[in-house]
Design a binder for this molecule. Sequence first.
Ligand code: HEC
Ligand code: HEC
Ligand code: HEC
Ligand code: HEC
Length: 479
Amino acid sequence: MHSAAAETKAVTTESGKMAPTLQELAKPSDVKIESNNDKFAERYARQYNSWKETSKSTEIVPAIEVDPRMIVLWGGYAFSKEYNKPRGHFYAVTDVRNILRTGAPMDANGGPQPMACWTCKGPDVARLIAEWGEEGYFNGKWAKGGAEVVNSIGCADCHDTTSQDFAEGKPALRIARPHVLRALDAISKDFPQLDKTDKRAAVCANCHVEYYFDKNVTNNVVFPWFNGVDVDGIEKYYDDIEFKDWVHSVSKAPMLKAQHPDYETWSLGIHGKNGVTCIDCHMPKVQGADGKVYTDHKIGNPFDAFESTCANCHDQSKEKLQSIVASRKHDIKDVMIKLEDQLVRAHFEAKAAWDAGATEAEMKDALQAIRHAQWRWDYSAAGHGGHIHAPDVLLKVIASGLDRAADARAKLAAILVKHGVQTPVQVPDISTAELAWKAIGIDIEKERADKEKFLKEVVPQWNKEALDKGLILEAPPAK
Ligand code: HEC
Ligand code: HEC
Ligand code: HEC
Ligand code: HEC
């Protein structure tokens, strides 16, 4: 699939740090990780019960069916098959099994995705990295971890559950994923040195971040923060190492896929700059029936707990703040869609240019502009809650994306004229997901049938193995 021997391109970064080599990956260690969340139910009843409330956020919103432009934007990449809005942490394992992106591997070596796809799903990941080392964990296909990563996001993802502090009921926040510790270090946030506030936000940075899989090493997860966490710094890093997630099936542009850069955008926004962390809004301190104060672990929409979140710092009414957030969401969505429309056109214009005989040399700059424009769209679109976390940042990023898209289309227009192509180039009807899948050649019925078979035949074996090994007391929910 890829050349294991390829060298990581030597470049200079602002932090002076680079992605690790194979030799630098963590070796197996004797760190003991208790990944079974249910084992904490009795001793930490308040935290456990509120953590379990994340199971009440059940709704699955199929984002690409709501907005089929995304199917075209991700043409040739698995995200065009299925992409849903996030829901409760309780469902992370269930959802990565069920999503069409992970395919239907009928054995441990089958399927399209690498092991790295488990990395933000739960505490078994930290356990496996300790047991197998990073190379042992990241090496191989996703299905290799099917009977191992079975507990959803929980206690040992954020706490050193074996520490004396934790035994005494203190938080003992901990990051157990070596690639996250390295990334924080690259932005001068060496975890053990951080104060309480920075540690609180950093535990969410385990997962709510932009990352890539380093194909030159062992498909291990790396956060591209070596030039900073803003859209330009990350783009420069990817360009310098000549990284691409995939080649677009319509335009042949070398694309980047952004993954939920929530920590990044939050840190650049007004709350992040003022030291208001994810925890202040998503995990407030609350009082139990017995009068004891504890941290509410039902991570969800902060407006549902307004009195213990926003109202701690703001005098405005819930309705007032909610309407401000809603109107920002609306405004951002509005310009985001404009950028999507420009990108859809650019992809099909590039195809028309190729079809008319344009050369690689002629196309190179236009394709690079498409890459940059779509990266900027995705950096703002893939983040969740960016309209509250950093609305000003998002608007600026989208504006710069519109600028890059205009540049791409101007370059393409010149190429099209040169090759005698009539403009405007026809864009197929993509007004529904079915039409968009057809336009980019995805047989969605087949994808769904394969997944059904996998869920019926393979997943029950994974559950049985995990139950037999004592990793879980109960299988993850099927839906
Ligand atoms: C996504 C991260 C995350 C997960 C998952 C998580 N916690 Fe926490 N936990 C926190 C944070 C953040 C705090 C508050 C830290 C602070 O106050 O500085 C906290 C606080 C605590 C505390 C200290 C007392 C308190 O209530 O403030 C205990 C005990 C605790 N959690 C237990 C658990 C248990 C048990 C689980 C699993 C059922 C769990 N946590 C899952 C992040 C997490
Ligand atoms: C181990 C990885 C991991 C950690 C740590 C983590 N998250 Fe998540 N988070 C996820 C994943 C994965 C989802 C989507 C789950 C799904 O849809 O199945 C998610 C979903 C969410 C959601 C959507 C919930 C809903 O009901 O719609 C919020 C909000 C959220 N996370 C906030 C946080 C905050 C705040 C922290 C830090 C305290 C945090 N997360 C820590 C991986 C993580
Ligand atoms: C100032 C309060 C605040 C802070 C700080 C904050 N959030 Fe949020 N976040 C919100 C609100 C409010 C929403 C829901 C917005 C809405 O209702 O449209 C949200 C939405 C989200 C969502 C999307 C949930 C969904 O279902 O779509 C995720 C994920 C998330 N936040 C994660 C984080 C992470 C991770 C951090 C820290 C890096 C963080 N938030 C910091 C207030 C905050
Ligand atoms: C721990 C304190 C704290 C919490 C909790 C908090 N905020 Fe803020 N908020 C701030 C601070 C500090 C500022 C910056 C004030 C300034 O610069 O004048 C701010 C600014 C704002 C602004 C105006 C800045 C802008 O974006 O233009 C809005 C709107 C806002 N907060 C909404 C919310 C909402 C909604 C919540 C709950 C989901 C919330 N905040 C929770 C402290 C907090």
